[in-house]
Design a protein around this ligand. Structure first.
Ligand code: G3I
Length: 357
């Protein structure tokens, strides 16, 4: 054998030995760690990172993969609302909600319930039934009790009452409040109090929330909700937290508004209430790089406010992919509101949330 062949053979043997012993160059031993997920980074702050979801989308493999990997909480976008879950007198349909709960359990996620008392998505059998206040009261109590008991131990927190206030701080005229209401018309927040009391009796372990929009900053609406919360805490009415929706656009990225959010969160936290960001999305009018980067900045700022507020326990967006978002249907010309694009690619907003959390 020639000297050159001997050398080549020896070199190959040496390399094989080195690799077998776990030595060798950096490239041969270093594996790139998998990228961190939102739920991993949020867990470090004891924050649940959630997304609204509906069960028909779970059959989309990409949808299921991202939801089950990135998020630690899900909430029914529609399938636990009155009209879907209680479509007829004495008729309940838990199919969609149960599918969401099963998905969550299979992916070690928790489920947030939405919503028991709301003026929208109430079925015609209720709105057109001509019920008296006492009859309506019985219907609502039965509804709250049946739904919460069905999900007891599976849904850890409920938006018991949703959007009961007008933006001027008065109570919204609704079938539950005064059309005809459940018996407290004109009495202020008694309808909300009664609903929370029924909810506590139905599932003593569930956390009970009041949820609304346009109350994220210090303003007349958040003042009214704060006054209610303060009164409820003083009198022992069961209320565990406030859900702040955050359906916003880029105009929200204003230092005064952001400071006002932090101040507002702090006053509710000082009452001993949990703060949940429940329905965040930041709608855009185009998907230019400038718009996506501006959106990312605001997402990061809001995530940072949650991290800095010890009572902020949930950072949840209203959906997670632009493929399925309520925005284009309700705000024509607007869209691109969520952290993943319509092809499930991470947008700048995703990275910004990850970094902030
Ligand atoms: O399921 C029916 C389907 O059978 C039918 O073919 C289709 C035709 O329009 O409608 C489908 O129902 C729609 C439902 O979403 C499920 O997709 C309703 O029309 C539509 O009105 C409903 O919109 C929901 C909206 O609440 C109702 O007010 C949105 O998806 C949902 O994102 C939105 O969520 C609310 C929160 O609950 C409370 N805060 C505000 C937030 C945004 O409006």
């Amino acid at each position: 054998m020639k000297i050159s062949s001997l050398l080549r053979t020896a070199t190959v043997l040496l390399l094989a030995l080195t690799l077998a012993c776990g030595g060798g160059s950096t490239t041969s031993t270093t594996t790139t760690p998998p990228p961190q997920t939102l739920r991993q980074v949020a867990a470090a702050h004891n924050i649940l990172v959630g997304a609204a979801a509906d069960s028909p989308y779970l059959s989309d493999p990409s949808y299921a993969a991202v939801l089950g990997t990135e998020y630690s909480q899900l909430q029914a976008e529609n399938e636990m609302k009155f009209g879907i879950i209680h479509p007829g007198i004495g008729t309940y349909d838990f199919t969609g909600g149960d599918a969401l709960v099963a998905f969550a359990q299979a992916h070690t996620m928790v489920v947030r319930g939405h919503t028991l008392v709301w003026h929208n998505q109430v079925p015609a059998w209720v709105t057109s039934g001509g019920y008296t206040s006492p009859q309506l009261s019985t219907i609502l109590q039965n509804h709250i009790t049946t739904v919460m008991q069905h999900y007891a131990g599976q849904v850890y927190a409920w938006d018991v009452v949703n959007e009961a206030f007008n933006d001027d701080g008065t109570i919204r005229d609704t079938i539950w409040y005064d059309q005809p209401g459940i018996g407290f018309a004109g009495m202020g927040t008694e309808t909300i109090e009664q609903s929370l009391t029924w909810a506590r009796a139905a599932d003593t372990n569930a956390k009970l929330f009041y949820n609304d929009y346009n109350d994220e900053t210090m303003n007349v609406k958040s003042d009214a909700i704060y006054a209610m919360a303060q009164d409820f805490k003083t009198r022992g009415v069961p209320l565990d937290g406030i859900g702040f929706q955050f359906h916003v656009d880029l105009t929200f990225d204003d230092p005064n508004a952001l400071a006002s959010v932090a101040t507002n969160f702090q006053r509710f936290a000082a009452l001993g209430l949990e703060i949940h960001i429940t329905e965040l999305d930041i709608r855009l009018q185009d998907s230019s790089a400038a718009s996506l980067n501006a959106q990312a900045k605001l997402y990061g700022e809001l995530a940072a406010i949650c991290v800095q507020q010890p009572n902020c326990k949930v950072f949840q967006t209203w959906g997670f992919t632009d493929k399925y978002s309520w925005i284009p249907g309700f705000f024509p010309g607007w869209g691109w509101a969520l952290p993943f694009d319509a092809n499930y690619q991470k947008k700048p907003a995703y990275t910004s949330i990850l970094n902030a959390l």
